[in-house]
Design a protein around this ligand. Structure first.
Ligand SMILES: [Zn+2]
Length: 567
C-alpha cells in the first residue's frame, strides 16, 4: 500500500511539472501596453490564443503561457493598445472614394476644372466622371453667383460637353453637375425644388448646377442607372472591390472595427457574403439605411449579430434629420448668421422619423439619426423621449445621435438623462472651425458647437470617428483634434476649453465605440477573454509631444490574433 501511495505522489508531481493551463499561439512582449481598462494598469506582454486574449502580464509572468509552438513577437518597446474603432464612417463610400477623383485638398475652382479636364481626356464619350471632397470655403478664386457662394456649371460644361460630371461636396450634402449630367437627369429650369432640397439658380431661374440635399437624388439616380450600376453582377463586383480597398486602408491606419453609418440591404448582402466567405478580416457594425417603406420589410431579417466570428453585425437603423453646416443644410432654431433668410433643411419628414423610431423600438434595434443643427438635435431628443414610455427602456436601448454637432445648452443634460450616445467626429470641429463662427455667430459657436467636454462632464458617452470619406480616415489627426481642437500645424484652436484629455480621446476611439454598439464584452479594451484586436504604434499617445500625435505610424495591426497589416 505504502509504495502505491508513493507512486501516486510521484505521478502527481510529474503531472504538475507539465504546463498547467492553456498555452499561447502568440506572445507579444517588450511592449508598452495601454489596456484602456479603468484601473489603468500597465503591462509589457500579452498572450493570445486563437482569436482571444489569454492573458496580460510582465515578461516573467507571461512565461507560463509559452510552449514550443508559441510565436514570440518582440515589440521593441513600442506602444500597444486596443485596435481603433471607426465610430461613424461610410465603408463602401470610402472604398468608392478611393476609386474616384479626390478633391479634398484642392484649393481653387480653377484647379478643380483642370483635374476634371485631365479625366475627360482619358474618358470615353458618355462615361460619367465623378469626384468628391470639394469645399467652396477652401477655394481662393470662386466668383459667387447670385449671392450664393458657388461656381456656375458653365466652366465644367465647356470642358466636358460629352461626359456627364458630378462632383460631390466634402460634406456629402450637395453636388455640382455639368450640363450633360443635368440633361441625363432630366433637370430643366422648370424642375421645381423637391421637399427637403434646393436647386441653386441664377437670377433668371436657371439651375447653376448646384444641387443640395434631396435635390441631388435625380442626378444620382441618372448616374446609377447609366454609369454606376450596370448589371447586378457588375454592381456586386464593384461593391466587393470598394470593400477590399476600404479594408486595406483601414488596417493601414490601425482601424480594426468599422461602424458604417448607413447601407442598403443589397450592399449589406454583398458584405455579409464576403464576411462569411472569409474575405473580410475587418469587423463591421452596420446601420441599415433605406426609406421607411423598405425598412419595414428589411427589419424582418434583423438583427444580424456577430456573424462570421464576430465580424458582421447589423442591428441599427439610420435616418437623416438634416444636412450639413457648410452647405447651409443644418437645421437651426435661429437663421444662419451669414444668410438670414435660411435656417437649414429637414430632409426626412418628422412623421417618418417617428415611424422609424417605433420600428427600431419594436424590433429591439438601435436608432441612429444624423442631426447637426440645434433644432435637429432638439427634435430627435423629443422623438426619442416620446418613443419610450419607460425611460429606463430608452436608456437600455443605447440610441445614438450621429454628429450631435450644434446643441442648445439646455439639451446637453437631456443626452445624459436619457442615456443618448453622442456619436461625434472630433476632426469635423478642427476642419470646420474656419466657417463655424461665420455661419452661427460667436455666441452659438461658443455655447453650442462640438461640446464634447461639456457632454462628457454631464455623463454622456461621446464616441469618435471621421465620417470618412467626408474626412480622411486617419484616426491620429482625429485624436489630435480631440485634445487640441486644431488641425495639425494650425495656430488657432477652436474654443480649446472643450478639449478632451488624452485618456478620454483614446476611450472615444475604442471602448466608447464598443459600448455604443453593445460590443464592450468583446472589444474596446485589452483584457483576458476579449478579442485579440490590437495595434502597435511608434509612439506613446499618452506621453509623446501633443503636436506629434498626428504623425503617429502604425507598425502592426492585428484582428482576432491575425496580423493584417505590418509596416
Ligand atoms: Zn456620415
Amino acid at each position: 500500500m505504502k509504495w502505491l501511495i508513493q507512486l501516486l505522489l510521484l505521478l502527481l508531481f510529474l503531472v504538475s511539472c507539465e504546463p498547467q493551463g492553456p498555452t499561447a499561439d502568440i506572445i507579444i512582449h517588450n511592449a508598452e501596453i495601454h489596456t484602456l481598462r479603468p484601473e489603468g494598469q500597465t503591462y509589457s506582454a500579452i498572450a493570445i490564443k486563437g482569436d482571444r486574449i489569454l492573458g496580460l502580464g510582465t515578461e516573467e509572468s507571461i512565461l507560463k503561457f509559452v510552449d514550443a509552438g508559441t510565436n514570440m513577437i518582440d515589440a521593441r518597446g513600442n506602444f500597444l493598445m486596443p485596435g481603433l474603432i471607426e465610430g461613424h464612417g461610410h465603408f463602401l463610400g470610402f472604398g468608392r472614394s478611393l476609386m474616384e477623383l479626390d478633391l479634398l485638398e484642392v484649393g481653387s475652382w480653377a484647379e478643380t476644372i483642370a483635374l476634371v479636364s485631365d479625366e475627360v481626356a482619358k474618358a470615353e464619350p458618355g462615361r460619367w466622371i465623378t469626384g468628391r471632397g470639394w469645399h467652396q470655403d477652401k477655394w481662393t478664386d470662386v466668383t459667387p453667383v447670385d449671392g450664393s457662394p458657388y461656381p456656375d456649371h458653365l466652366d465644367l460644361s465647356v470642358i466636358s460637353p460629352d461626359n456627364p460630371v458630378i462632383l460631390i461636396h466634402a460634406s456629402g450634402h450637395s453636388l455640382i453637375a455639368n450640363e450633360r449630367a443635368m440633361k441625363e437627369a432630366g433637370i430643366t429650369r422648370d424642375t421645381p425644388d423637391p421637399d427637403g432640397g434646393t436647386i441653386r439658380r441664377d437670377e433668371e431661374g436657371n439651375p447653376i448646377g448646384v444641387f443640395e440635399e434631396t435635390a441631388m437624388y435625380p442626378i444620382r439616380e441618372a448616374f446609377w442607372s447609366q454609369g454606376g450600376r450596370g448589371t447586378e453582377e457588375e454592381e456586386r463586383a464593384r461593391i466587393r472591390e470598394a470593400a477590399l480597398i476600404a479594408q486595406e486602408e483601414a488596417f493601414r491606419h490601425g482601424i480594426t472595427s468599422f461602424q458604417d453609418a448607413g447601407l442598403s440591404m443589397q450592399e449589406i448582402g454583398v458584405l455579409r457574403t464576403m464576411a462569411n466567405d472569409g474575405e473580410l478580416d475587418i469587423r463591421l457594425w452596420i446601420m441599415l439605411l433605406e426609406n421607411y417603406e423598405s425598412m419595414r420589410v428589411s427589419v424582418k431579417q434583423l438583427p444580424i449579430v456577430g456573424e462570421a466570428d464576430n465580424r458582421f453585425t447589423v442591428a441599427a437603423l439610420k435616418a437623416f434629420n438634416d444636412g450639413a453646416l457648410g452647405s447651409y443644410g443644418a437645421l437651426l432654431i435661429e437663421p444662419y448668421s451669414d444668410k438670414p433668410e435660411e435656417s437649414g433643411q429637414l430632409v426626412t419628414p418628422e412623421e417618418e422619423l417617428r415611424s422609424i423610431a417605433a420600428l427600431a423600438r419594436d424590433h429591439q434595434l438601435q436608432y441612429c439619426v444624423h442631426a447637426i443643427g440645434d433644432l435637429a438635435n432638439k427634435m430627435m431628443l423629443d422623438i426619442y423621449e416620446e418613443t419610450f414610455e419607460d425611460k429606463d427602456q430608452l436608456r437600455e436601448a443605447r440610441w445614438r445621435i450621429e454628429h450631435a454637432q450644434h446643441l442648445r445648452p439646455e439639451d446637453i443634460n437631456r443626452f445624459a438623462e436619457f442615456g443618448i450616445i453622442a456619436a461625434m467626429q472630433t476632426i469635423h470641429c478642427a476642419s470646420d472651425a474656419a466657417f463655424v463662427v461665420t455661419r452661427l455667430g460667436e455666441k452659438r459657436a461658443e455655447e453650442g458647437a462640438y461640446m464634447w467636454r461639456s457632454l462628457i462632464d454631464a455623463g454622456v458617452l461621446v464616441t469618435n470617428g471621421t465620417d470618412v470619406p467626408v474626412e480622411r480616415i486617419n484616426p491620429f489627426t482625429g485624436l489630435y483634434a480631440a485634445v487640441s481642437r486644431k488641425l495639425p500645424g494650425q495656430e488657432m484652436a477652436f474654443y480649446p476649453e472643450q478639449s478632451m484629455t488624452r485618456e478620454e480621446a483614446l476611450r472615444s476611439y475604442t471602448i466608447n465605440n464598443a459600448i455604443a454598439a453593445f460590443e464592450e464584452d468583446l472589444k474596446g479594451s485589452l483584457e483576458e477573454g476579449k478579442l485579440a484586436d490590437l495595434i502597435l504604434l511608434d509612439r506613446n499617445l499618452l506621453t509623446c509631444e501633443k503636436s506629434d500625435i498626428p504623425n503617429t505610424k502604425v507598425l502592426m495591426t492585428m484582428v482576432g490574433g491575425k496580423i493584417v497589416y505590418e509596416d
